[in-house]
Ligand binder design. Structure first.
Ligand SMILES: Cc1cc2nc3c(=O)[nH]c(=O)nc-3n(C[C@H](O)[C@H](O)[C@H](O)COP(=O)(O)OP(=O)(O)OC[C@H]3O[C@@H](n4cnc5c(N)ncnc54)[C@H](O)[C@@H]3O)c2cc1C
Length: 594
């Protein structure tokens, strides 16, 4: 494999496939295609192969040259609007080189909703083999098992590039036990210990969680399993047909018009990030767009693919009128800052010496019934099935009212087959314990738009967090469970007597309005954005077909978080490796038939 930021050595090279972006999904697709074909990957960020902040999982959250933030458009706050950033990774590995490595998967119910949205072949039974193909799961050793780690072999893969494992050593078992037992009590015994949170059976569960990390035997430490370290760097993954160009950004996709009205992607126009002459690279077979949920729509828009009226307003000549580009954008809202002081007498053993650990050692996924009870569930179901489309339409979040009502009904169906309503996750530190909570299947819809043709500019990103009333209700319910956790033993036994008051989380008896205000002032971006180039029928605002082909094109595909039409991956990465493996499989099948 050639990894370079020097284009002079690439002159006169030709490629069958060009992949835009060298992030999470991109490098997995590149690896599979380049086994038999010539592939060029163009990544804006640097190659950080030896950067310890990236490679050491316990340095998660520290700034590295991969760490970038975009300021979102003003979002709903407790006092009118508030400004919040959206973090993303820009280097080889993309988000997988900076994320918190929680190894979450979609569920049977979630993938059924994706399939029912008009995407045959994307249900759980079809999708699971691709997640398995990407994975080498490391079963818990006897000590980890005794301390609470568990798994089901039947749903995992054991020969794929991405290492997935429990922490070694398995941190803070006392804390993990307390979190599990209190969860059981706080949800009145309705949630149960899961044999494996990735088994697709999504009834109300909690468990010790695994991560996309692997244990390096020679160094005797845990290491991040980024897509770069899984699919690109290892000796076993070297590919003579693969060239990775770093430090360069794709400005536009070059296209030609066919006689049948469809357009064909012929290559990409690339610029060095340091400035300099633009270069064209040609693709003889396909162009695959994998620049992530924020940037893939911007590259389409600069290339004249998007809402024609909007593009004309920026002086861009429309090539393909596709109003769904940049619409349907959604992200989970995340409640953090629930930090409870640890009792001096609490002995939560085996937290690393400086108190740094990974996020979410224990995770809970309650269903609507677990979280809202039977009456609350029926009211919530009715809200979803009678949703107002006015707001989402007015901000451009959906292109037709039917888009939102169809998605809301599918979400309601998913909840009926036990899709999690929310996620609570518990993390220990040296002096405090943290509980975070996120919505899982939000209904608020926003947009990604360019406001300039400058390829180096950030997009105007507007997820419209909590603008759908149902989403705010979920977060209020989640916040109430956070309060209950802090006052219920054995979890509360680990805390100071005044921990809940000190945390600022609303007291157990707070009114709905008080909790709502706290939620609105506290929430931040969940960073699991999806759907800005949704895979769904074109008339609903879809951008790609179930084969991930951009509608109206012969050979332009998208493979990244932007195609996932509903937020069905509680955390996105392991699902995105499934998307990558499935995309590569479809692309290789298409190549075989020509
Ligand atoms: C701080 C943080 C914590 C997270 N925690 C978790 C977690 O614990 N578990 C989990 O599963 N998920 C987590 N996620 C989410 C997950 O990492 C992302 O959803 C995922 O990495 C997105 O993958 P992608 O392939 O869609 O895009 P990315 O991985 O973002 O890749 C896109 C790539 O395209 C490049 N690019 C963009 N524009 C251009 C251009 N014009 N030309 C060339 N290259 C370009 C970018 O530099 C980037 O490298 C987290 C995300 C963040 C930011």
């Amino acid at each position: 494999t050639i990894i370079t930021n020097d284009t002079s050595i690439l002159e006169n090279s030709s490629y069958e496939y060009i992949i835009i972006g060298g992030g999470t999904t991109a490098l997995a697709v590149a690896n599979r295609l380049s086994a038999n074909h010539s592939v060029l990957v163009v990544e804006r960020g640097p190659d950080l192969v030896n950067n310890e902040v990236v490679n050491d999982p316990f340095m998660f959250g520290m700034p590295s040259p991969c760490f970038f933030q975009v300021n979102l458009a003003p979002q709903l706050g407790s006092n009118d609007t508030k400004m919040i950033p959206y973090t993303h990774g820009s280097c080889l590995g993309g988000g997988s080189s900076i994320n918190s490595m929680i190894g979450s998967r979609p569920t049977y119910a979630g993938m059924s909703a994706v399939e029912a949205l008009g995407n045959p072949g994307w249900g759980w039974n079809d999708f699971l083999p691709f997640m398995q193909k990407s994975e080498t799961f490391h079963p818990p050793n006897p000590t980890q098992h005794a301390e609470g780690a568990n798994y089901l072999a039947a749903v995992h893969g054991f020969e794929g590039p991405v290492g997935v494992s429990f922490l070694q050593p398995f941190l803070a078992p006392t804390f993990q036990n307390a979190a599990k037992n209190t969860t059981h009590t706080v949800f009145d015994g309705t949630v149960a210990l899961s044999p494996d949170m990735g088994d697709g059976f999504s009834g109300g569960h909690y468990a010790s969680y695994y991560y996309h990390i692997h244990f390096n035997e020679s160094l005797q430490v845990d290491r991040r399993s980024s897509s770069a370290w899984s699919y690109l760097y290892p000796q076993t993954q070297q590919r003579p047909g693969l060239t990775v160009l770093t430090g360069h950004l794709v400005d536009t996709i070059m296209t030609s018009h066919g006689t049948d009205g469809n357009i064909t992607a012929t290559g990409v126009l690339v610029e060095p990030i340091s400035g300099g002459t633009a270069l064209a690279f040609n693709a003889s077979r396909e162009v695959i767009l994998s620049a992530g949920v924020l940037y893939s729509p911007t590259i389409l828009q600069r290339s004249g693919i998007g809402n024609a009226t909007f593009l004309q307003s920026l002086g861009i000549e429309p090539v393909l009128d596709l109003p769904g580009v940049g619409a349907n954008f959604q992200d989970q809202a995340l409640l953090i800052n629930a930090t409870f002081p640890l009792s001096p007498s609490a002995n939560i053993t085996n937290v690393t010496a400086d108190g740094v650990t990974l996020l979410g050692l224990v995770i809970t996924h309650p269903t609507t019934i677990d979280a809202l009870g039977p009456n609350g569930t029926s009211a919530f179901d009715s809200m979803l099935r009678n949703i107002s489309t006015e707001h989402a339409l007015s901000v451009g979040g959906v292109i037709t009212a039917e888009t939102l009502t169809t998605q809301a009904a599918l979400i309601a169906d998913a909840y009926q087959i036990d899709h999690p309503l929310m996620e609570l996750f518990y993390t220990p530190g040296a002096t405090m314990l943290e509980i975070w909570a996120q919505s899982v299947l939000p209904l608020s819809r926003g947009t990604i738009r360019i406001n300039t043709t400058n390829p180096a500019a950030d997009p105007v990103a507007d997820p419209q967090y909590l603008s759908a009333e149902v989403d705010l209700d979920v977060m209020v319910a989640a916040a109430r469970r956070m309060s209950s956790m802090a006052v219920t033993p054995p979890f509360s036994d680990l805390l100071t007597p005044t921990a809940l008051e000190e945390s600022g989380v609303p007291p157990v008896g707070a009114t709905d309005e008080e909790v709502r205000q706290w939620v609105l002032s506290t929430y931040i971006a969940g960073l699991h954005g999806v759907a800005s180039n949704s895979m769904m029928p074109r008339e609903l605002g879809g951008v790609v077909s179930p084969q991930l082909l951009v509608y109206g094109t012969t050979n332009l595909r998208i493979a990244d978080a932007s195609i996932v039409p509903l937020s069905v991956f509680p955390h996105t990465t392991l699902g995105l490796y499934g998307v990558a493996e499935k995309a590569a499989d479809m692309i290789l099948q298409a190549a075989e038939s020509t």
